[in-house]
Design a protein around this ligand. Structure first.
Ligand SMILES: NC(=O)c1ccc[n+]([C@@H]2O[C@H](COP(=O)([O-])OP(=O)(O)OC[C@H]3O[C@@H](n4cnc5c(N)ncnc54)[C@H](OP(=O)(O)O)[C@@H]3O)[C@@H](O)[C@H]2O)c1
Length: 275
């Protein structure tokens, strides 16, 4: 008897043309290849254009089929449209990866309400709306949702009050969804990147002194790369995580736990700039 052909994978990745989004797409393709599965990537961008087209060409080169989907995730109707476009291009989703997001400085003392609302609509509400729209498809495929939050959602980030609060809410939203949709066969997990080198953060690393100071804070001694985050998302999206839901995986080289080693007068202290 001929063995059944395994069902193809179909991942919708938001913010796909950004730094971490690209890393996620290529990690998903790498994992599909390892498991001998075919994969279709619906690469989501806020607007059509050369950047998205170039990514689609690279994804196809890497062995996936790929289509672009476009929309602003802060608009509820466009969240639903992104999922519908993905379905039109590649059928039922097996994985929804909500990676689109952005930080912005702003002290809570005088943060404009519009900035608070935008930060939450982009980083938090969009994930709920995309998840709602994708739920029927993910129920049919036994699929998964993975959201990209941040270490700032677990540790207060002074000066980034709305961003930290929005990512913290995102983490709880995903844990909540995991509980509510487990019986539907949908797994929901969160990846929390630490300092990761992407277009969003690139300007910071142009100053060699700042780069060195940042690296000195990380127990693993380097700044994260998009592939580090992509591998974690691929794990949550893959069959290796078929019994994992509501999990929060911090991918930060150990920096979030580094704080107590900075207290002066204690053995094991590794001040910035020393090894
Ligand atoms: N880099 C880090 O150090 C770091 C650390 C912790 C967490 N994160 C999180 O990781 C995720 C990816 O960040 P990144 O560093 O890769 O940044 P990035 O390169 O700026 O990518 C962010 C992506 O989000 C998309 N996006 C932003 N606003 C959107 C909107 N209204 N509608 C649709 N898409 C929108 C952008 O899509 P378009 O280009 O198409 O507009 C962009 O591709 C974010 O959620 C971020 O908060 C990053």
């Amino acid at each position: 008897m001929t063995p059944a052909t395994p069902a193809p994978l179909h991942a919708l990745v938001t913010g796909a043309a950004g730094g971490i989004g690209r890393g996620i797409c290529f990690a998903l393709i790498e994992q599909a290849r390892r498991e001998n599965l075919s994969i279709h990537i619906s690469a989501a961008a806020s607007t059509p254009g050369d950047k998205l087209d170039a990514l689609l060409a690279e994804l196809r080169q890497a062995g996936a089929t790929a289509t672009g989907v476009t929309g602003d995730v802060t608009d509820p109707a466009q969240c639903a449209s992104l999922v519908a476009q993905a379905h039109a291009g590649g059928g039922d989703l097996t994985a929804l990866v909500c990676n689109a997001g952005a930080s912005g400085p702003g002290k809570l003392a005088d943060l404009p309400v519009a900035q608070w609302d935008h930060t939450f609509n982009l980083n938090t509400r969009s994930v709920w709306l995309m998840a709602q729209a994708a739920r029927p498809q993910l129920m049919r495929t036994g699929g998964s949702i993975t959201a990209v939050a941040s270490m700032s959602g677990l540790t207060p980030h002074p000066g980034y009050g709305a961003y930290s609060a929005a990512k913290a809410a995102l983490i709880m939203l995903c844990r909540q969804l995991a509980q509510e949709w487990g019986a539907d066969g949908i797994r929901v997990n969160t990846v929390c990147p630490g300092m990761t080198r992407t277009p969003l953060t690139e300007p910071v690393y142009h100053d060699p002194a700042v780069k060195a100071q940042r690296e000195a804070l990380v127990p693993l001694g380097r700044i994260g790369q998009p592939d580090d985050i992509g591998q974690a998302v691929a794990y949550f999206s893959g069959r290796g995580a078929s019994y994992v839901t509501g999990a929060v995986l911090v991918v930060d080289g150990g920096v979030s736990d580094h704080m107590l080693t900075m207290i002066p007068g204690r053995p094991g202290r590794s001040p910035v700039g020393t090894t």
